[in-house]
Write a protein that binds this ligand. Structure first.
Ligand code: AMP
Ligand code: MG
Length: 417
């Protein structure tokens, strides 16, 4: 397990910006060291543990990019059409001898260029003559329609860097290089639990002052999408001793514990009290809305992140705190999600000095530009604000208002989770 020091989340100052929080996380949390070989077909989403160096070039041999006629460019007459006898036929997977000088080879996409031939005329661009020769138009550059060996990936180069989260396209690269397996870090093990006397399991009997637990399935699913192995520790009542016992249990086999609820500064905030008794805890007052404090703790060497109970605050802080933490533990390179510029179709006032996320959906305006329409209500408990929108408008610390027509940055949910 990646053992964390007790004071690893300490920081000076009253408020923590999102960027400072991410920096603290990525500098103070270390990656798990265990790695495993995984078959390509099973490796989607896993984190590469070491560089993949190309043992061969891709493509592995120089080949035709089109169906057509291959020639030596030196045989082409300057500035006029050339008439070539066709000698030989070569399809993908085959081999052929170089035709005699001044002759063209009938060739198909993916077939290897015989030595000496360097240019291919597309079949649509030539005229077949009755006598079996072919008329090649002037003006084609030497080397046209040919894919040189290694033009995609050079032999000996780093084709995939350690820390890459493997997507279908990276798996295709590994396959093109002939690998059957990749060396990846082991999955991060994460325990998830909810807290609160008012929170009950969906489907269970519910008292008049209780609500169903919606955070746990959301957080567990987001964690799985991040490639984590998730253990469910259920709902823990607001009782510091019970919370402490469950946290101690969860810390045993896990790298990270993610909780929701109970981490503010009030007397009913039992996660905070429990972690303080079982390990170390720092409350991060983050300059983020929706957000409220996020608890960062260490219990027996495992990290704990205590998210706010309000579902939207939980969601937003997951994206900005839990995701960078998972990346750090998993040895993945973490990139700040890039907001795409869109036009605001709303006005909004905000507190300077903190970053705010506005739930919005997109539409194409009459002039063709993409516009963000703000969800009409702002409560941090409104789950429907996440289901009726496409993503979050990111309003940076330094601005204090948005007017219709302003350019704002938009983060798609699909890009975030
Ligand atoms: P807390 O952070 O514990 O003060 O909770 C803030 C608000 O979020 C309260 O209204 C809670 O009822 C609500 N809440 C806490 N945990 C959950 C949960 N797991 N699912 C849905 N709502 C929750
Ligand atoms: Mg609570």
């Amino acid at each position: 397990m990646a053992q964390l020091s007790d004071d690893c989340f300490a920081f000076g100052g009253p408020m923590l910006s999102v960027d400072e929080a991410v920096k603290l996380i990525s500098t103070r949390m270390t990656a798990v060291s265990e790695t495993e070989g995984v078959a390509l077909a099973e490796a989607d989403g896993r984190i590469l543990a070491s560089d993949v160096v190309a043992p061969l070039p891709v493509p592995p041999f120089t080949n035709s990019a089109v169906d057509g006629f291959a020639v030596a460019s030196g045989d082409l007459p300057a500035g006029e059409a050339g008439r070539f006898q066709v000698e030989g036929r070569l399809a993908a997977g085959g081999r052929a001898a170089t035709p005699h000088s001044g002759h063209a080879l009938r060739i198909f996409t993916g077939a290897p260029m015989p030595p000496g031939l360097d240019t291919v005329f597309m079949q649509e661009d030539v005229q077949l003559q009755g006598d079996g020769s072919v008329l090649l138009p002037p003006g084609l550059k030497a080397g046209a329609n040919v894919r040189p060996a290694g033009e995609d990936i050079a032999a000996g180069s780093v084709a995939l860097a350690a820390g890459t989260r493997l997507r279908p396209q990276e798996l295709a690269v590994a396959a093109a290089l002939g690998f059957t397996e990749v060396d990846v870090r082991r999955r991060i093990r994460v325990a998830v639990l909810s807290t609160g006397d008012e929170v009950v399991e969906p489907g269970a009997p519910r008292g008049p002052s209780q609500l169903y637990d919606s955070n746990r399935v959301m957080l567990a699913t987001m964690l799985r999408r991040q490639g984590c192995a998730v253990s469910d520790f259920g709902i823990v009542p607001d009782d510091a001793e019970r919370v402490a016992a469950v946290l101690a249990e969860a810390a045993k086999g896990n790298d990270l514990i993610v909780t929701s609820g109970g981490v503010s500064t009030g007397e009913e905030d039992h996660v905070k009290a429990a972690v303080e008794s079982a390990g170390r805890l720092v409350l991060w007052r983050m300059a983020i809305k929706p957000g409220r404090p996020v608890a960062m703790g260490v219990i027996e060497g495992a990290a704990l992140i205590g998210l706010p109970g309000n579902p939207v605050a939980s969601f937003v802080t997951f994206v900005h705190v839990v995701q960078p933490a998972i990346a750090a533990l998993a040895g993945a390179r973490w990139q700040r999600p890039l907001p795409l510029p869109v036009r605001a179709a709303f006005s909004y006032r905000k507190k300077p000095g903190r970053r705010e996320y506005v739930r919005a959906h997109l539409r194409i305006a009459a002039d063709g530009s993409v516009e963000a329409i703000k969800f009409p209500r702002e409560g941090a408990g409104l789950l429907s604000s996440l289901t009726h929108t496409d993503g979050l408008v990111e309003l940076p610390e330094d601005i204090s208002q948005v007017a219709p027509g302003d350019r704002v940055g938009f983060l798609w949910f699909a890009q975030l989770i």
